[in-house]
Ligand binder design. Structure first.
Ligand SMILES: [Zn+2]
Length: 428
């Protein structure tokens, strides 16, 4: 049965649609069939959206879902120590079962926060894909690839098999990419091989790039070029690239990103928490480099709340540049929605318009912190939060309604995640 959303304040985010308008949205067979006006039908499940704002679903363009299990495990450390002494040793012990329940916990949190699609890079990705398939969210998944430890060939084969098996899976809700972790964990031959596999499979590449000053210095010392030049010279940008962070760039690096049409996943909160710095997003936007928003993993954030990233993207660059006109409210919201969909290489999803796949959310605006209402988009960017999400629809299916998750047993997920975390901390 299709869905009729009645009396919503609709923010389409379509080019040229500046003001929201009151109306209905008709959804059938996973697609938006009508938007606006009063729609007359009796054969649809009706959602009364009076007092609610409808907008495209949020897209988390960079995360490591199952890292929810490591939330709060190691804080207040520099990135290299955090990774090498805390995170990587624990990740060595992760089992497929951990990944399944950790991803389920991430999905519960993300759906509750209005996220309808996400880009994930981690291990045992078959388990993440299984969770995504069951729960009904949309995702762009890749196996994280690190050349160290002698398992390089095996990990490349696994990544290749994963793409073969899951790209276009779960009725088209899952897409796959290759996920070389970062320039400092992927030597040249390994990256070349990854690029070649991505080319053969016709899929994109998701990578951490230019995250820290240390990475920039180490790569320059090791290869005599910046991290961006290094991966560019190895052919990375011949594919669709989703580059997380991009905090430390030299002048030529901006040009590399621009000419490649690469997408940047800006993760302001993770960059702040790990003291990596502030990405030069206004400069990128000015050059036409497309920017999406990500939370990064829950171990470095420490949540998967994209509303916090929207607000940060909207205020951080104003503050550090002493310019209150930078990254206006709509730009910040577009980074978290339509730019995110493009960054993940997802087709058919975007602004709320007839014919598009029905990935959308309803925010309950009947709240003190959202009143009075002058500008709806500014209210979403600067005042709204994850707890304001009432309803989440992906591919025409309701995943949450009235803040109740419809496709998973949330209490069970929390219980199992706690159990997996305790198991991880047991001495071997
Ligand atoms: Zn990351």
């Amino acid at each position: 049965m299709g869905i009729l959303i009645r009396n919503a304040d609709i923010v389409t985010l379509r080019k040229g649609d500046e003001e929201p308008f009151l109306g209905d949205i008709l959804i059938d067979e996973g697609r938006i069939q009508e938007v606006g006006g009063s729609i007359d039908t009796e054969s649809h499940e009706v959602i009364n959206a009076k007092g609610m704002v409808a907008l495209p679903g949020l897209v988390n363009a960079h995360t490591h879902g199952a890292m929810t299990l490591l939330r709060g495990y190691a804080d207040d450390l520099p990135l290299n120590i955090w990774l090498e002494e805390k995170i990587w040793p624990l990740e060595e012990k992760l089992t497929p079962e951990d990944i399944y329940w950790g991803t389920m916990l991430a999905l519960a949190e993300m759906i509750r926060g209005g996220i309808t699609a996400f880009a994930d890079m981690y291990f045992f990705m078959d388990e993440a894909a299984r969770a995504v398939e069951e729960v009904g969210i949309r995702a762009c998944l890749c196996r994280g690839l690190v050349a160290a430890g002698g398992g390089a060939d095996k990990s490349l084969r696994e990544a290749d098999d994963f793409v073969s098996q899951w790209h276009g899976g779960a009725e088209g809700r899952i897409t796959a990419m290759f996920g070389p972790h970062a320039p400092y964990t992927c030597p040249p031959e390994f990256l070349e091989e990854t690029v070649s596999l991505a080319q053969d499979q016709g899929v994109g590449i998701h990578i951490h790039l230019g995250e820290t000053k240390k990475e920039q210095e180490d790569i320059k010392r090791r290869y005599g070029r910046t991290p961006f030049e290094y991966v560019s010279d190895l052919g990375l940008f011949e594919q669709h690239v989703l580059a997380a962070h991009c905090v430390h760039l030299e002048e030529g690096d901006f040009k590399i990103l621009m000419e490649a049409g690469a997408y940047v996943a800006h993760c302001p909160q993770s960059n702040l928490k790990l003291a990596s710095g502030v990405a030069p997003i206004p400069e990128m936007v000015k050059m036409g480099i497309p920017v999406a928003l990500g939370t990064d993993g829950a171990a470095s954030n420490n949540n998967l709340d994209l509303f916090e990233e929207i607000r940060l993207a909207g205020v951080l660059h104003k503050g550090v540049s002493h310019d209150p006109t930078l990254i206006p409210a709509r730009d910040a919201l577009e980074m978290a929605t339509i730019k995110g969909v493009e960054a993940l290489g997802i087709e058919g999803v975007g602004p709320l318009q007839v014919g598009g796949r029905a990935d959308l959310i309803l925010l309950d605006f009947d709240k003190p912190h959202l009143a009075p209402l002058h500008h709806t988009i500014a209210q979403i960017t600067y005042s709204a939060g994850a707890a304001d999400v009432d309803t989440v629809i992906v591919d025409g299916k309701i995943l949450m309604e009235g803040r109740e998750l419809k496709t998973m047993d949330e209490a069970l997920v929390r219980r199992m995640a706690q159990r997996r975390m305790e198991h991880l901390l047991e001495p071997i």
